[in-house]
Design a protein around this ligand. Structure first.
Ligand code: CTP
Ligand code: CA
Length: 228
């Protein structure tokens, strides 16, 4: 291979990546959101496309331009993201859930702007749980041998929390980030450990999100079902 060229080791594969953070509307002008930039998911999508895969990127609220050679589906909420991902994985070899999915959404959406009433007092917002998309993808694989990858940002006992989450979600790989000052949210760099359901543990040193993306695909590759 020429210098700088990438081996097309994902040629003939379809992979699905979710990226960004969902927004859960309260009323026409307000939402509950999170600080996910979407950069890691975009790096994963670009890397897979460069390695020859057909890529579907399900994007939530990143504001990032569509990467060349990638099919992008734009969504807003967790419920919309679930629908788009479930549709895309029907014929996918692998799915990577890099999106930050809101755990809760407002129980009711106010079709008109919520207004102040009187001089004080404030409304109480009731929340309900959103569906756990990663757990659902893992439990009901659209195809036998489909590889399912999750992400988790953890504090405190990062590895123990990660192992527990991997088991609870039932995915094949879980990329565990330690959340800290310069790490993860909005930054260009990332440091992680990739935990596998088979017990393997792959540390990824602090570096660009592109490097972590390549490592994720390197770990997905040997777990893909054989091509016919
Ligand atoms: N995820 C998902 N659906 C949700 C919540 C999370 O698919 N409703 C996915 C994320 O995309 C990520 C993984 O699950 O790949 C882990 O997300 P995380 O928020 O760390 O997991 P939770 O189960 O929500 O646990 P926690 O209570 O720590 O937030
Ligand atoms: Ca969560």
């Amino acid at each position: 291979l020429a210098r700088g060229a990438t081996a097309p080791d994902l040629a003939g594969r379809h992979v699905v990546v979710s990226a960004g953070g969902t927004r859960e509307p309260l009323d026409p002008v307000r939402y509950l959101g999170n600080r996910s930039s979407g950069k890691q998911g975009y790096a994963l999508a670009r890397a897979a496309a460069a390695r020859g895969a057909r890529v579907t990127l399900v994007e939530a609220n990143t504001g990032l331009p569509d990467p060349a050679g990638v099919d992008v589906v734009h969504v807003g909420t967790a419920v919309q993201l679930r629908e788009a991902v479930l549709k895309a994985v029907a014929d996918a070899d692998a799915v990577v859930m890099a999106a930050a999915v809101a755990d809760f959404r407002p129980a009711v959406y106010a079709p008109g702007k919520i207004k102040k009433k009187g001089d004080d007092g404030a409304p109480v917002v009731e929340l309900v749980r959103n569906p756990d998309i990663l757990a659902e993808l893992s439990a009901d694989r659209a195809l036998p041998g489909q590889v399912v990858v999750g992400f988790a940002a953890e504090t405190d006992d990062v590895l123990a929390n990660g192992r527990e989450k991997l088991a609870r979600k039932g995915c094949d790989l879980l990329v565990v980030n330690e959340v800290g000052e310069r790490k993860t949210f909005g930054s260009e760099e990332n440091e992680a450990v990739v935990l596998a359901a088979d017990g393997a543990e792959t540390p990824v040193p602090y570096g660009p999100k592109e490097a972590l993306a390549e490592t994720v695909w390197d770990l997905v590759l040997p777990r893909l079902r054989p091509t016919d």
